[in-house]
Design a binder for this molecule. Structure first.
Ligand code: HEM
Ligand code: HEM
Length: 175
């Protein structure tokens, strides 16, 4: 039987598409790093950059979509959990936007233009500066990336907790 309670409180179709494609783009961008590190092949770092910039554009569109569409009412949960969920979600948005910007700045301050799938190139729009390139490199790999891993694991852990312990069918809202 169709449960109207659940279907009524689903995320909008656009929000669901934005959510899952962001997750896939994150996975693909990261996989390119694994291929690059294991095969020592410059081709994959090029793809890493192009997918990372794609994720940046996707996240900007996602934020606009989030502001234009209505979020479903929260499922009942203690106040501290609702607050933690909001903070984690906000953190993920901020991190997934800051990460590719740091990557882009690392590249251009290093004097390297960024090729986007052979379609066009983002030119070096700043005066190259080794120490700034190093700073954004450290930010990209040493600070924002560990934060993305932490927030994503917390997020997936919370989703699994709702699914298997609370059994409140939360994941169905995003499916
Ligand atoms: C959300 C998008 C992105 C994610 C999740 C991401 C993730 C990562 C990760 C996990 C690493 C390896 C870190 C390590 O060595 O431990 C890395 C390295 C790197 N990323 Fe990204 N990245 C993103 C976007 C970008 C963009 C847009 C660019 C450039 C236009 C870029 C350029 C690089 C470069 C050049 C490296 C190698 C740095 C080095 O070997 O020191 N990344 N990235
Ligand atoms: C197995 C993987 C995942 C599952 C099961 C999952 C599940 C969910 C669910 C059920 C919600 C809605 C929560 C609610 O209705 O209150 C949600 C929201 C969200 N998820 Fe995920 N998610 C996953 C992966 C990811 C990944 C990889 C990211 C990004 C790194 C992400 C970012 C977000 C964000 C930012 C929101 C908040 C949406 C908003 O407020 O606009 N999720 N996720």
């Amino acid at each position: 039987m169709r449960n109207t309670e659940v279907s009524l409180s689903k995320w909008s179709v656009s929000s669901r598409i934005f959510h899952w494609i962001s997750a896939v783009l994150l996975l693909v961008t990261w996989s390119m790093i694994l291929l690059y590190e294991n095969l020592d092949n410059g081709f994959y770092i090029g793809l890493h950059k192009a997918f990372g910039i794609s994720l940046l554009c996707w996240m900007i569109a996602r934020v606009i979509n989030r502001l234009l569409t209505k979020a479903p009412p929260s499922v009942p949960m203690p106040k501290w959990q609702a607050l933690l969920a909001h903070l984690t979600h906000f953190g993920l948005y901020a991190l997934l936007i800051a990460m590719p910007i740091a990557g882009l700045l690392m590249s251009v301050y290093g004097g390297r233009p960024v090729d986007i799938f052979g379609l066009f190139e983002i030119p070096v729009f700043v005066t190259p500066d080794r120490s700034l390139a190093r700073f954004y490199n450290d930010l990209h790999t040493g600070i924002i990336w560990p934060a993305i891993i932490t927030f994503t694991l917390a997020h997936i852990g919370a989703a699994l907790y709702h699914q298997f312990i609370k059994k409140d069918n939360l994941i169905a809202r995003m499916k």
